[in-house]
Design a protein around this ligand. Structure first.
Ligand code: UDP
Length: 255
């Protein structure tokens, strides 16, 4: 098979040229980073699990009419996605106080928010993904006001839907991050679609009863059993791969 051209090497995923123009292959690795790249590790089997979990969630979003970049999953670690122009903004939606919101405002983790809060962060490794306002986004040309309206409307719908979906699996959706891209059809018309991934790397998920953390915070905070937590999320969503060796068996975390 001809060697594929790698377009981009990210912190936990690689992008390869797709089989047809306008397509890209997204490859999920087991690498994990936190605290702006200062903490690095490998969670064996994570890529396989995130590929499945993200595929499942994007398909469910598709079911309710939310456009995403996903075309289809290709294999254990890869999915075919539409090529999009990534908007350099991370949208964070919070339902419960945790992470940087707890630190920034001195509020106890786990405090419920009276309404969901949306925040924007500029995607910049060099500057540590600073929080920004809509004013920065439009003034610096990262997105147009209409793009922001579209992203916000989609994010709130996605939050309502996913919070319910996770609750049905005994999981509380504490907060999560979304990325969006511009996708152009053959007529040159543009629409905003959900891109990147939705997985325990990008969501905070707590067991509804015990509040046990089942997401990347287990790695960030050295809580142990990281791979097991990702497996638990996959199992509860009904997408745990079962194909045995070379898959997610004997998962361990190394740093
Ligand atoms: N998040 C993410 N990528 C990032 C930063 C945050 O996926 O580069 C997710 C994170 O997993 C959490 C939410 O966005 O679900 C809010 O993260 P927070 O601002 O609390 O930052 P952190 O605690 O990761 O520094």
């Amino acid at each position: 098979m001809a060697k594929r051209r790698r377009i981009y090497e990210g912190k936990s995923k690689d992008l390869f040229e797709g089989p047809e123009p306008g397509t890209i292959v997204q490859h999920f690795r087991d690498d994990v980073t936190a605290h702006n790249n200062k903490k690095q590790g490998v969670i064996t089997g994570k890529g396989v699990l995130n590929n499945r979990i993200s595929e499942y969630l994007m398909l469910r979003l598709h079911d309710i009419g939310v456009p995403t970049h996903l075309i289809r999953r290709l294999n254990m670690r890869e999915q075919l996605v539409r090529e999009v122009e990534i908007i350099p903004i991370q949208l964070v939606i919070r339902n419960t106080v945790a992470g940087s919101m707890a630190t920034r405002f001195g509020i106890d983790e786990g405090t419920p928010l009276p309404r969901s809060i949306v925040e924007y962060y500029w995607k910049s490794d060099e500057f540590g993904d600073p929080i920004v306002s809509e004013e920065h986004i439009t003034a610096f040309g990262w997105a147009a006001p209409q793009d922001i309206d579209d992203m916000l409307a989609l994010a709130l719908r996605i939050n309502d839907y996913l919070a319910g979906l996770f609750f049905g699996a005994g999981l509380k959706l504490v907060d999560f991050k979304l990325e969006f891209g511009r996708n152009y059809d053959e007529n040159g018309d543009m629409r905003i679609v959900v891109a990147d991934e939705i997985s325990p790397d990008t969501c905070r998920l707590w067991d509804v009863e015990t509040r046990k953390k089942l997401d990347k915070d287990r790695f960030r905070q050295d809580l142990g059993n990281v791979a097991e937590a990702y497996q638990e999320v996959a199992r509860r969503l009904g997408v745990l791969p079962t194909s045995g060796p070379g898959d997610v068996a004997e998962s361990k975390t190394v740093q």
